[in-house]
Write a protein that binds this ligand. Structure first.
Ligand code: ADP
Ligand code: MG
Length: 304
């Protein structure tokens, strides 16, 4: 009797655990079974690597109602923009003017309400999602890292990358200097969501991950916002050679001298539209919003 008591008690535990897992499993299956709103077209067109130009043609986009923020009308309004392959374009503009929204439309996280985005003339909505997303790497302000090693986090988007390539990407994004302070170098674990690293260090890791993917289109959405000015300048210098033969969109709220060396053209956005495009000198002369943005960051630097 005494010998049977313990196994019986354990059995009852198993039963309650099974019931609880059942509930969780149902919730997980519900999520897995959801049909994505964005899917492949029935007969996808081929989408070769971006080599001529990227176009936003009269794009209007409104966030679906009930997706968090109160309904406020279109985030992008009749926006047209043409970027030649190989350009490094900075997109600047005040908070909430639609810069990130513009970026989110590129990998088709959302589809435009009207208008079209074209890669070398092919509308992205007519191509397979895989073909499109393989060409794009996006680094955002909020990095998404996993509880693994630095190495695993960098190689996450490119499972077939060689060790040498991973190390090279780490060097280009200035991850290498971080490694000396970690116990096992590149094979150190970084904790859940990378909590053992600082904000700037996490952004560098995300950048290395993007570099390793070898994208035709590299998108940096305030990707160096948490990195100190000196390291950001080093990264921009390192990126200059890497970006040859690639197209780069760089969203930023502050133009620094090293950024000006890096970018070939600046696009000023305001209120869901493109206000002006041109070089730094042209815009300083002609665009009031740009002058204000540039002066604002200038003042900040003086204070700092
Ligand atoms: P920026 O990156 O230029 O600061 P965003 O593109 O993030 O601006 O935002 C443009 C507008 O769209 C803002 O008014 C913002 O409130 C709204 N917006 C952004 N993301 C969402 C979302 N997921 N759902 C609803 N509205 C959003
Ligand atoms: Mg943004």
């Amino acid at each position: 009797l005494a010998g049977m008591l313990d196994p019986c008690r354990k059995m009852s535990n198993v039963f309650s655990r099974m019931k609880r897992s059942g509930v969780s499993i149902n919730r997980i299956f519900e999520l897995i079974d959801q049909k994505p709103r964005i899917c492949d077209p029935p007969d996808p067109r081929p989408l070769p690597r971006l080599s001529r130009c990227l176009e936003f043609d009269n794009v209007t986009f409104t966030y679906p109602a009930g997706s968090g923020a109160p309904h406020r009308g279109p985030a992008l309004r009749h926006l047209s923009l043409r970027v030649q392959a190989g350009e490094v374009v900075a997109i600047v503009g005040p908070n909430g003017c639609g810069k990130s929204t513009l970026i989110n439309l590129l990998p088709r996280f959302y589809d435009c309400d009207s208008g079209e985005i074209r890669f070398d003339g092919t509308p992205i909505s007519l191509a397979a999602l895989d073909d499109l997303r393989r060409q794009i790497a996006v680094v955002t302000q909020d990095t998404i890292l996993f509880d693994g090693t630095v190495y695993e986090n960098i190689a996450y988007g490119s499972p077939h990358a060689t060790e040498e390539a991973v190390e090279q990407a780490a060097a280009q994004a200035y991850v290498t200097p971080i490694l000396s302070s970690l116990p096992h170098g590149i094979h150190s674990r970084i904790g859940e969501r990378g909590k053992e690293l600082s904000g700037g260090q996490r952004q560098r890791l995300a950048l290395a991950r993007a570099i390793l993917r070898n994208p035709a289109l590299l998108v940096l959405d305030e990707a160096t916002s948490a990195i100190d000015n000196e390291s950001a300048a080093l990264i921009h210098r390192a990126l200059r050679s890497y970006c040859e033969g690639r197209t780069v969109l760089l969203v930023t709220h502050s133009m620094t001298p090293t950024l000006l060396e890096f970018v070939t053209r600046i696009v000023v956005m305001d209120d869901g539209q493109v206000l002006a495009t041109g070089t730094h000198e042209q815009l300083l002369g002609s665009c009031v919003v740009y002058r204000r943005l540039f002066q604002a960051t200038d003042d900040l630097r003086v204070v700092a």
